[in-house]
Design a protein around this ligand. Structure first.
Ligand code: FES
Length: 68
């Protein structure tokens, strides 16, 4: 599902950011360029959706990081 149509940002893009530890609104806006010229601002207003997705992913155990 697209979270930002202007930039073509999908849920999985935001999950990847969450896995990298990018979960704060300011970090997410900077990473995805949501303050850039040309953005309509819709997803900036809905940044809580980005944060929820990124945070949920950040707290999931990553199968890549488990090395026993
Ligand atoms: S929908 Fe994200 S800037 Fe327009």
């Amino acid at each position: 599902m697209y979270l930002c149509l202007c930039k073509g940002i999908t849920e999985s893009d935001v999950r990847e950011a969450g896995q990298e530890g990018i979960v704060m609104p300011g970090q997410l806006k900077a990473k995805f360029g949501l303050k850039d010229a040309g953005c309509c601002g819709r997803c900036s207003r809905n940044i809580h959706e980005f944060v929820e997705i990124a945070t949920a992913t950040h707290h999931l155990p990553s199968s890549n990081s488990v090395r026993n």
